[in-house]
Design a protein around this ligand. Structure first.
Ligand code: NAG
Ligand code: AKG
Length: 185
C-alpha cells in the first residue's frame, strides 16, 4: 500500500508540473493510518449516515469498499454514488495534500450512507507525511499569496483528534485555530 501511495504521488507531481519526484520523496519517510469500517444494516437509513460528510485530513486516501455500496462524493454540486468495483480502489485527495499543493488539488467531501438490508465494510488506507515534517507547497505552485500557513501533520492530527471532528471545513478551521493559538503564544 505504501509503494502504491508513492507511485500515485509521482503521478500527482507530474500532473502539477513540479519535479516529478517532489511528492514521492516528501512522503518516502511518511506514515500511514488504516481503518476498517463496519456498517450494520440500519432500519431507518434515511435518518442517519454511516459516516457523515467530511474531507480526510490526511494526504491521500486509498479506499476499498465491498459490493454493498454506500460511498458518495460531493462533486458538481451534488452527491454522486461511487459504484463499487471489486477490482478497483478509490483514490481521494485529503486536506494535507490540498495544503501541499497550495490549493491546486482540492480535498474531496464524501460520506457513507447505510441501508436497511445488508451490512457493509470498507477498508481505508491513509497516506500521511512524517509527523514533524513541515507541510509547505513547492515554490513552483506559489504565485503570490500562500493559501495555507506552514504546519506539521502532527499539529493537524492533534487538532482533529482533540478539538475538531472532521467535516467539510476542517482545513479552514484548523488554519484559523493555528493563527489564533500563535497570537496567544
Ligand atoms: C468551521 O468553518 C465553517 C466555515 O467558515 C463555519 O461555518 C463553522 O461554524 C466552523 N466550525 C467550527 C466548529 O468552528
Ligand atoms: O466507508 C466509506 O466508504 C467511507 C469511509 C470514510 O470516509 C472514512 O473512513 O473516512
Amino acid at each position: 500500500m505504501k509503494s502504491l501511495g508513492l507511485a500515485v504521488m509521482e503521478i500527482l507531481g507530474i500532473s502539477l508540473g513540479v519535479d516529478r519526484m517532489h511528492y514521492k520523496k516528501y512522503f518516502e519517510d511518511g506514515g500511514s493510518i488504516m481503518r476498517c469500517n463496519y456498517y450494520p444494516p440500519c432500519p431507518e437509513p434515511g435518518l442517519t449516515f454511516g459516516t457523515g460528510p467530511h474531507c480526510d485530513a490526511t494526504s491521500l486516501t486509498i479506499l476499498h469498499q465491498d459490493q454493498v455500496g454506500g460511498l458518495e462524493i460531493f462533486a458538481n454540486n451534488e452527491w454522486q454514488i461511487v459504484r463499487p468495483r471489486h477490482d478497483a480502489l478509490v483514490i481521494n485527495v485529503g486536506d494535507t495534500f490540498t495544503a501541499l499543493t497550495n490549493g491546486k488539488y482540492k480535498s474531496c467531501v464524501h460520506r457513507a450512507v447505510v441501508n436497511s438490508e445488508r451490512a457493509r465494510t470498507s477498508l481505508v488506507f491513509f497516506v500521511c507525511p512524517r509527523e514533524d515534517k513541515v507541510v509547505r507547497p513547492p515554490q513552483d505552485l506559489v504565485q503570490g499569496e500562500r493559501a495555507y500557513p506552514d504546519f506539521t501533520w502532527s499539529d493537524f492530527l492533534h487538532f482533529t483528534q482533540f478539538y475538531y471532528r472532521a467535516d467539510a471545513h476542517t482545513l479552514h478551521n484548523f488554519t484559523k485555530w493555528l493563527s489564533s493559538s500563535k497570537t496567544i503564544n
